[in-house]
Design a protein around this ligand. Sequence first.
Ligand SMILES: NC(=O)C1=CN([C@@H]2O[C@H](COP(=O)(O)OP(=O)(O)OC[C@H]3O[C@@H](n4cnc5c(N)ncnc54)[C@H](OP(=O)(O)O)[C@@H]3O)[C@@H](O)[C@H]2O)C=CC1
Ligand SMILES: CC(=O)[C@@H](O)[C@H](O)COP(=O)(O)O
Ligand SMILES: [Mn+2]
Length: 409
Amino acid sequence: MTGPVPRPAEAPDLPAWTGVPRRVSVLGSTGSVGCSTIDLLKRMPERFRVVALTANTNAALLAEQALALGAEIAAIADPSALDELATRLAGSGIEAAAGSTAVIEAARRPTDITVAAIVGAAGLEPSLAALESGATLALANKECLVCAGTLFMRTADAHGSRILPVDSEHNAIFQALEGHNRDQVAEIVLTASGGPFRTRSREELSRVTRAEALKHPNWSMGAKITIDSSTMMNKGLELIEAHHLFGFPAERFSVLVHPQSVVHGLVRYTDGSVLAQLGSPDMRTPIAHCLAFPERMPVPVRALDLAAIGQLTFEPPDRERFPCLRLAEAALGQGGGATNVLNAANEIAVSAFLQDRISWARIAAVVEATLERCEVMGLSEGPASLAAALDLDRTARHIAIEVVGHSYG
Ligand SMILES: NC(=O)C1=CN([C@@H]2O[C@H](COP(=O)(O)OP(=O)(O)OC[C@H]3O[C@@H](n4cnc5c(N)ncnc54)[C@H](OP(=O)(O)O)[C@@H]3O)[C@@H](O)[C@H]2O)C=CC1
Ligand SMILES: CC(=O)[C@@H](O)[C@H](O)COP(=O)(O)O
Ligand SMILES: [Mn+2]
């Protein structure tokens, strides 16, 4: 275990909104978090000015968003999508750019706040570029921190950039920690819905389908995180994310299953007080918290009606039926490059599951086998540079692809 990560204590708060629009970029604007962000920006045009929007392949939606918000630039990672993007933006004065370097350069444009909502380790370089520009980063892309957390937090520190957590649990914990003494924090609890398979037996879990796994009980999200929730790898990734974001040792965090997804995170203090943040399960609340920080802004989210919900329930996680949680906890405990390998192997396994190449139960097996094979590389040192992080990520993916190739069922 590496010790606590130093906090970016000197990073300045965003100035309060004083009537001057904030410059905002959205990386991954066409995804689930991206579209929720765009929805909020469209409702408050006087409050935000859009700099850059980025996507992977969806040129039609990217152009529509850029036109609706009058963005400066729209950048798409897939070079073959440039013609369509440029045609749709012709005559608007909005720049069109393509290729992964164009996405990174768009992310580097100065803003007041940049929302990092690309999925997977593909978000690492654009998010680092945003941090290097000095922007406040509203971070949804948890895989950045799992892949290269120490490097990521150091980059934020070095450039005086603040990171505001968008991920609902981390946003809740951030709110419950704000204004309190870090030395008096006894425990930080991440809640987990338990996913669509929370009550399934081991035997039933061997037969679950892709369609079932894609049906999250409470949240509407992109495919990758929805599968991660079904295996509880999402909670494992979130433990690693929380360790880096908040700088507490791994032992200070715990996971509590809460099927209603109303209590998003809790902080217990040394005097026994437990502070929590509650809200309807709608990502527009944590996104708005980041966009308006340190103010609050109104959102079109259904008000929480606890009387209608009636009961909030809690139970411990089951690491036997959901081994991905155990694997992520072990990788966090090991530190160094283990979480990078965990993330890469999980991305490959989830993608193979979504392509019907492996069963749901094999996702954990592929991650475990990849971690075992990578042990020989000695993972005790975490990647010290971006090149080292990308290199380890590439190697682990190759190994995971081989493991998938040897998987049956
Ligand atoms: N969805 C949610 O409610 C929550 C999500 N998160 C985290 O936020 C992140 C985004 O999740 P979500 O919105 O669900 O994901 P989606 O799959 O819905 O969206 C992903 C976005 O990233 C873009 N993208 C994908 N691959 C690349 C690439 N190689 N280069 C550049 N852009 C790329 C996509 O573009 P295109 O549309 O063109 O494919 C899309 O804009 C994830 O890390 C997730 O864990 C955290 C908490 C909640
Ligand atoms: C909305 C959000 O933050 C997701 O990470 C969500 O929490 C996933 O639900 P699980 O608790 O099922 O992983
Ligand atoms: Mn979350």
